[in-house]
Design a protein around this ligand. Structure first.
Ligand SMILES: [Zn+2]
Length: 391
């Protein structure tokens, strides 16, 4: 690591190039100033092969500077008068551009964060003031430069290849004290969801190159946030949340597939269902919206757009196979603000397999044979999607 003084000149040269904040040059702080801001979170997401976004959450206003170093390529971010919260945990960093992240407290209360890079990048950084639920943030956008898209793509393919298995997270909706919808015959959504998920798991694990993980494998309550966390810990490539619907009009029937929407629901019905599914977390007394540090911020709009696009394509492939084994309530993938679909880097869909409020569908959902058909159809849809994506 180069000492501060020698990098400072380097930084000054870079300022005009990248249009960075000049605020830090305006007046020197007294030596040994006490940290006034705390770095409370770091979020890293890849929105495209050649774009990575890193968001730093801070407890108060701050000043920053950023510069790049070569051999090996890295980015240094200095936060003035800032300390790092002990609670910060950064999951293993791995995007096409960033291979690692480390930090150290320097003299004069400065916090230095270093991003280790896989390739040369063009950085852009900007500070954001508190807005709604989000506090002070520093956003660092990294774009690949001097590098044809091909090596970057190869890099990603190689990492995928090294991983060998495609991991599918299966999320049986509800559970424990939250039964979900209940049919006239007493069929509980949580039991149907788990039964279909278990059947899917068996199918998937029998197929080479695939592995399934369940967010719950018992009748127990688990928060939406922890479902996503579990999937991420398993390094899941996609996330499939399984449900069964209900409606006050018992004639309504058919399966639906949902993806996340960042800008409102695609229909009134989609909004209604999202509200219902999201309310799971209120049962546990915790609202995902209040606690979510993973997402919930408009900042991640950009990074999520690519994932949502992928989710929509996955959803329509699943719908095409579901249509062979059941009636469809919607031929198109619906969108709404489902909390459980909000992982910024993992294509995620929510499937309402049928309506428990419809007597004939309730009967079907109870049948092990039909559950098996549903499991097969969803897995076939996933495989179709992956086949289409292969280059
Ligand atoms: Zn549900």
């Amino acid at each position: 690591m180069q000492p501060f003084s020698s990098t400072r000149r380097f930084f000054l040269k870079r300022i005009s190039r990248y249009g960075l904040s000049l605020a830090l040059l305006a007046g020197a702080k007294p030596a040994f100033a006490k940290p006034k801001a705390t770095l409370t979170g770091i979020r890293i997401s890849q929105s495209a092969d050649d774009h990575t976004r890193v968001v730093f959450d801070l407890s108060a206003g701050f000043e920053h500077r950023l510069f790049t170093l070569a051999d090996p390529y890295r980015i240094v971010i200095d936060l003035k008068d800032t300390r790092k919260s002990d609670a910060i945990e950064v999951d293993t960093v791995s995007t096409n551009l960033v291979s690692g992240l480390r930090s150290a407290s320097k003299n004069n209360g400065r916090l230095r964060v270093v991003l280790d890079l896989q390739a040369k990048v063009r950085p852009r950084s900007f500070e954001l003031r508190p807005d709604g639920k989000s506090g002070h943030r520093l956003v660092v956008d990294l774009h690949a430069t001097n590098l044809s898209p091909t090596p970057v793509k190869t890099n990603q393919r190689e990492r995928k290849k090294a991983k060998k298995q495609f991991v599918i997270a299966l999320d049986p909706g509800h559970g424990g004290r939250d039964p979900g919808a209940i049919g006239k015959r007493g069929t509980r959504e949580k039991d149907i969801a788990l039964a279909v998920a278990r059947k899917m798991k068996t199918l998937i694990n029998r197929t080479s190159g695939y592995r399934a993980v369940l967010t719950r494998d018992a009748d127990r309550y688990i928060t939406l946030r922890n479902r996503v966390k579990k999937a991420r810990q398993a390094e899941a490539d996609i996330f499939i949340s399984l449900h069964a619907d209900s409606f006050h009009k018992s004639h309504v029937k058919g399966a639906s597939v949902y993806a996340l929407s960042l800008r409102g629901a695609s229909s009134e019905a989609a909004r209604w269902i999202a509200k219902k599914e999201n309310s799971s977390d209120l049962i546990g007394g915790i609202s995902l919206d209040d606690k979510d540090d993973l997402i919930a911020s408009v900042l991640l709009d950009l990074s999520q757009t690519a994932t949502i696009q992928d989710s929509l394509e996955l959803g329509s492939d699943v719908l095409s196979h579901l249509g062979k084994v059941s009636k469809l309530n919607n031929r198109k993938v619906q969108q709404a603000g489902f909390a459980v679909l909000k992982a910024p880097d993992m294509p995620s869909i929510l499937i309402e397999t049928a309506f428990l409020s419809n007597p004939s569908e309730e009967k079907k959902l109870r049948s092990s044979k039909h559950q098996q058909k549903l499991a097969k159809a969803v897995f076939s849809g996933i495989r179709k999607h992956l086949k289409n994506r292969q280059v």
